[in-house]
Design a protein around this ligand. Structure first.
Ligand SMILES: [Ca+2]
Ligand SMILES: [Ca+2]
Length: 227
């Protein structure tokens, strides 16, 4: 009886924590700026998941952002009408012609950090890990760089879609997008080149507590019958 009960709880636990990532693939070897290759800037794929409150973006890399930590990792989001059609929150030579509303910009050095900048006619800091903004966090391992942000802080609700792209860059303020998730070919050929990010799409998954509850009740009924 004990083992069956444990099994039931383990089963429900596994289901409730299961994450179904949407995976976006990019080519490797598409970073061709002077000094290349820079495998820690070379996106191989990006996994996007959400809970009822937050969004997680895991950027998988061809190299190690721990061993080589001067890379910058950025997500451009178009979740509302309007937005910046020619620039971004860090004034780099990067745009999103559909209108960028949110600029999530992170670094892998100095213990990692992430800023959330919003466009409302001009760019402003809306959150930062160094300000302990709730829900905003960043981490890295030997082959990936991961951001977490509250859905509300990027203007997204459950079940809604938004346009986005992910890019990488260097430590110079004028460095552009050396790799873009939406582009399997080299995005730029010189560090300072201007480029436009494409519009990938993600629709937030609505968690289904109803079906999970039904499953739990079913298991409880099963346990009672076995008594
Ligand atoms: Ca790539
Ligand atoms: Ca690419």
């Amino acid at each position: 009886m004990k083992s069956l009960k444990f099994l039931a709880f383990a089963f429900v636990g596994a289901l409730s924590s299961a994450s179904f990532a949407t995976i976006y693939n990019d080519s490797t070897g598409d970073v061709v700026v002077p000094g290349s290759p820079f495998p820690h800037l070379d996106i191989t794929s990006v996994e996007v998941t959400n809970t009822s409150l937050s969004l997680k973006i895991k950027i998988n890399l061809n190299g190690d952002p721990v061993a080589t930590d001067w890379g910058k990792y950025m997500v451009a989001i178009d979740s509302a009408a309007g937005g910046d059609t020619s620039g971004n929150g860090w004034a780099r030579p990067i745009s999103m012609s559909s209108g960028m509303d949110t600029w999530l910009a992170g670094w892998a050095n100095s213990g990692n950090g992430l800023e959330n900048r919003k466009y409302t006619g001009s760019w402003n800091l809306a959150g930062a890990t160094y300000n302990s903004t709730p829900g905003l966090s960043v981490s890295k391992d030997s082959s990936s760089y991961t951001m977490n942000v509250l859905l509300a802080d990027i203007g997204v609700t459950l079940g809604s879609s938004f346009r986005f792209d992910v890019c990488t860059s260097g430590g110079g303020n004028g460095d552009g997008a050396v790799d873009a998730l939406s582009n399997a070919s080299p995005q730029i050929s010189n560090w300072g080149d201007q480029s436009n990010l494409g519009g990938l799409s993600y629709t937030t998954v609505v968690p289904e507590p109803g079906s999970l509850l039904a499953l739990s009740l079913g298991l409880v009924a099963l346990l009672k019958r076995k008594k």
